[in-house]
Design a protein around this ligand. Structure first.
Ligand code: IPM
Ligand code: MG
Length: 359
């Protein structure tokens, strides 16, 4: 049956990088037997421009009907002064919440070809392949109460709440163990159990779930130490599972280990495996429209979509190999460029990946 993919270009460099992903999907459809149909809709600032809200009803409806969603990026300075609820980021958070995309997979893989682009020494990052599993629909991002309120004495105070119930912790923990079983069978749960009650419960539930996965070696780490270990000795990790905000921060740190945040894809899945796929970098308004953005994180997000939502593992592998070949040939967008390589723009990079697909 033909699968439906909803394409949400969004803002900034979003439309440019998503155009390359669309090109790739169309090539897979034309020459590699992929049976999908694509539809496009506005979200984020583009949603606000088109319909006055960052997540228009029609976009949400299409997202609910789709087998998978591909998102570029949201946000831009022209939207920074909008009311809170109208900001582009609310579109993204709305999609995560409405589609119940609680499991956010953020792989950090260092391509050997890019070893010199990493800020860390090759012996520290060489061969790096870790998976950060970030809980995506709970914690401070969604917890109540929240807001800015005025105290009795007239002083304003801002409030957010980190709240997780045990069901939420259990389902993300299970995802973490499942993923670890398919990889190196090591899971590190990151929390702040020395200070936060919510983390104490997190740890207790993770330990309980571990009983069902005797083959997985479970460890625990406080988030501050995890941040340090990620830049000190990142290869000690296989899979990291953590709550929403810790995962947001640690995944950016992990991204830099790989040379460029422009390389990292992500998948956000619900309990049925339906998902939204997006590069983890943002809308990069400073380089939007210049044709220099790195489309590889988005193309690798297509690969994750093929693997996780469309069950087309062989095609996913083909995309991964194509990306690797293009890097072998020395093609680089400016963010990953080094002296000995050929500098190319967004479109040329996308063309090269499509050309490198195996027949
Ligand atoms: C991310 C981003 C988002 C987040 C922003 C854009 C709301 O930083 O996907 O990591 O904080 O989750
Ligand atoms: Mg982030």
């Amino acid at each position: 049956m033909t699968k439906k993919i909803l394409v949400l270009p969004g803002d900034g460099i979003g439309p440019e990088i998503v155009a390359e992903a669309t090109k790739l999907l169309n090539a897979l459809r034309r020459d590699h037997g992929l049976d999908v149909e694509l539809e496009e809709a506005p979200v984020g600032g583009a949603g606000y421009d088109a319909a006055g809200v960052p997540l228009p009803d029609d976009t949400l409806e299409l997202a609910r009907e789709a087998d998978a969603v591909l998102l570029g990026a949201v946000g831009g300075p022209q939207y920074d002064t909008l009311d809170w609820e109208l900001r582009p980021e609310r579109g993204l958070l709305g999609l995560r919440a409405e589609l119940n995309l609680f499991a956010n997979l953020r792989p950090a893989i260092l391509y050997p070809q890019l070893a010199s682009a990493s800020a860390l020494k090759p012996e520290i990052v060489g061969g790096l392949d870790i998976m950060i599993l970030r809980e995506l629909t709970g914690g401070a991002y969604f917890g109540e109460p929240r807001g800015i309120r005025i105290r009795d004495d007239g002083v304003r105070e801002g409030v957010n709440t980190i709240v997780y119930n045990e069901h939420e912790i259990e389902r993300i923990a299970r995802s973490g163990f499942d993923i670890a079983m398919k990889r190196g069978k090591r899971l590190c749960s990151v929390d702040k159990a020395n200070v936060l009650e919510v983390s104490q419960l997190w740890r207790e539930v993770v330990v309980r779930v571990a009983a069902d996965f005797p083959q997985v070696e479970l460890s625990h780490m406080y988030v501050d130490n995890a941040a340090m270990q990620l830049v000190r000795a990142p290869k000690q990790f296989d899979v990291i599972v953590t709550e929403n905000m810790f995962g947001d921060i640690l995944s950016d740190a992990a991204a830099m280990l790989t040379g460029s945040i422009g390389m990292l894809p992500s998948a956000s899945l619900n309990s049925e495996g339906r998902g939204m796929y997006e590069p983890i970098h943002g809308s990069a308004p400073d380089i939007a429209g210049q044709g220099v953005a790195n489309p590889l994180a988005t193309l690798l997000s297509v690969s994750m979509m093929l693997r996780y939502s469309l069950k087309e593992g062989a095609l996913a592998e083909r995309v991964d190999v194509a990306v690797s070949r293009v890097l072998d040939r020395g093609l680089r967008t400016p963010d990953i460029w080094t002296e000995d390589c050929e500098k190319v723009g967004t479109v040329a990079m996308g063309d090269a990946v499509v050309a490198a697909l195996e027949p």
